[in-house]
Write a new protein. Sequence first.
Length: 98
Amino acid sequence: MPRVPVDKLKPGMKLAKPVTNPSGMTLLGEGTELTDELIERLNNMNITSVHIEGASKPQKPKEELLAELDARFEKTKDKPYMSTLKKLVREHIEDLYK
């Protein structure tokens, strides 16, 4: 669930967590579908960002993540259990970009 700045919100997005004010009062409940009016209200209440339903996108290119993975496992390339772990992490990275 990514945290999205209010100025990047679009109508139709759904809240993954409730939006509360500083005293803890719920302003919008989890699962609320955002409209232009609700986004404007969030902006007027000085809410800076909210949690939105959906998976976060990786912030680095796949090639960079895979290169970092190779570098991290360089010293353990002779250990079979570490090769298995590296393979699982590689598969996870690949799945992020499908």
